[in-house]
Design a protein around this ligand. Sequence first.
Ligand code: PEP
Ligand code: MN
Length: 338
Amino acid sequence: MIVEMRAGTTVEEIDGVVQRAKSLGLSVQLNLGTSKAVVAILGNNTGSLPTDVFAVLPGVESVTRIMKPYKLASREFKSEDSKVEVGDVAIGGKQIVVMAGPCAVESEEQMMAAAEIVKKAGARVLRGGAFKPRTSPFSFQGLEEEGLKLLARVRKQFAMPVVTEVVDNHEVALVAGSADILQVGARNMQNFTLLTEVGKSQSPVILKRGFACTVTEWLTAADYLLAEGNQRVILCERGIRTFETSTRFSMDISSIPVIKRASHLPVIVDPSHAAGHYSLVPAIARAAIAAGADGLLIEVHPNPKEALVDGLQSLTPSDFVRLMGELRTIARAVGRDI
Ligand code: PEP
Ligand code: MN
């Protein structure tokens, strides 16, 4: 249930709504927006509660039931776009944020080279997986803790925020110690224990779309993070499984405007895991910006032929530089900057 307060409402009036909800055993989340305050009333039995319980309270303008399973990620709760700030980088504003780097952290030399290349080309965030969830247990699983230490060194050297994946709810604090943004991968989108821990950490988080999940399931998963009071949630479309086999996954470009309509959260696109092949990445990246994405997460390797993971879909340094130029043109055409 969403309680919208009148413009210019007092702190006491907002507190009156909060206390009433608590007296009924319900929890609340506040959105103290620029124009008016909104209180989300959360609980598993709000459906049986008359809206008048809140409508009669002083300062309340309207009470609406949200029929969707997600509440906190919805535009009904927060009408203005959310911006996620990571150091001096803001995701969800006019500026499109490109995050780039190798699939996996492999060595100090590889990460230092990658950081230099992507930073010079205009990327604002460095990516690199220390923990790699792999389809086969026999594939390289990442350098794990050693990879995290390495990421921390590269982050310091290049003064660049880093994003890396967390796969285990017991390792959230460990990973958050070396990374500026935690990534929850597609295979873990509905790992609710992990989502709750990442939510509690209050770290900025990229929530990738599960490749067999609907937009509604994705936004409902985002509510697990938001329910812990973590407002710094970024969604990432990375392609879904369809009958099509010519790409690794099918890029669902339409999810970008769908998310923009349904949610206030920023959405970025990972063209690399959808494409599965470097030659397809630029077109998908351009399309994502044209469709309204707030950023991109792109695999770039100093030497893709030598990559331990996902070399085939990684851009070379020169391909990445070329793509950044193309993206600037598209961004300008849709009223954004890179
Ligand atoms: C990744 O970004 O490294 C990754 C494994 O992506 P996804 O979870 O989307 O497959
Ligand atoms: Mn990868």
